[in-house]
Design a protein around this ligand. Sequence first.
Ligand code: PLP
Length: 411
Amino acid sequence: MHNDDFLTDLQSLVIHGDLDAENGADDTALAPAIYPASTYAARNSAEFAAMANQPRHPRYYARYGNPTQERCERLLAKLEGVEAALLCSSGMGAMSASLLALARAGDHIVAQTSHYMGTAKLLTDLLPGLGVEVTQVDQRDTAAFFAATRKNTRLIVVETPSNPTLALTDLAAIAEFARSRGIVTLADNTFASPINQRPRDFGIDLALHSATKYLGGHSDLIAGVVCGDAERVEKIWECAIALGTNVSPFNAFLLLRGLRTLPMRVARQNENALTLARFLETQPAIARVHYPELASHPQRALAKRQMRHGGGVLSIELKGGDGDEQGFHAAQKFVAALKLARHAVSLGGVETLVVHAASMWEASLTPEQMRRAGIAPSLVRIAAGLENAADLQADITQALSGIEDRQGSPE
Ligand SMILES: *Cc1c(COP(=O)(O)O)cnc(C)c1O
């Protein structure tokens, strides 16, 4: 039988860490079974009562959980260094279930000005509509979190590094402050992945991921996970079964398969992102590079304290002329000229993806909101994949040469 004592590193853990003696999985099969069953039969009344009344029973009714999901959750909890994990139908499913489980009308939440778009929608629209007050503060300003806290503050929500400017939040400082006041903390850890950062190591209560990104890693599934103490995760699960945000058995299987290579994939993505960030900093067409592992990152000291590596995502601002409009067009032209990197939302997959932030959010953010979120008109997010770094560099070089030609030509 497998024994976690022999798993001295994360790569060994992700290959063997889901087979525990007590979860009754067939440990002779080297791939987990997928259970498409929506419901499970009891052999007698006592067994039925046990199935119906034990929280998170993996063989009762599939909206409550399933055996493949349970294996995957065990592994995710170990990766985040916590007791329990709850897999959901998407990152937003995990976020919705968590926020609705933890906040009620009359409660107050402190969050960041810069959050993933769906999270921002929950915080600025849906939760206030249900009577939950939310204050948003600049995530780089730790004192602003403290100042925003009130008597009825129940929850502090952070997301670090943030999208798309890779600004950081001080996890240890926020966690220490929140614990002293009995406030729950939740960190969206999607951009870092548990390989580069474990919020629990800094005292954060709950770590949340869009498993669609690094955890799945192959751009072929949608899932999310929230990880923390068993009791709190069970409370979120009670909310999730009412919302209907459980993961599908097939996606739990795909996620478990993706997780087998997570440390290796993320190591390569870290390397590729750092190589590209260093290269882009030397390019005359680039005004700025945002990446936590660069010496030029304004929060480099914090990055060193809480991240093992900078992660797979960086963003750049192109020079593209003086005005906002020229910058906007230079970025569009750059993205369109890339031949290897694909032009698509999402991140964390095997292929390099780029997006022009200002075009992505044109319809949903005003120019003022974009400025507040630090999104320059020429900002391009690059999510490094697993390709050869020299190939990516060559692709970027040829795309940049197109913009430079344009800049050199008379107006
Ligand atoms: C993608 C993403 C989400 C939402 O996840 P889905 O799986 O798309 O629902 C939440 N937070 C961050 C940081 C993300 O990148």
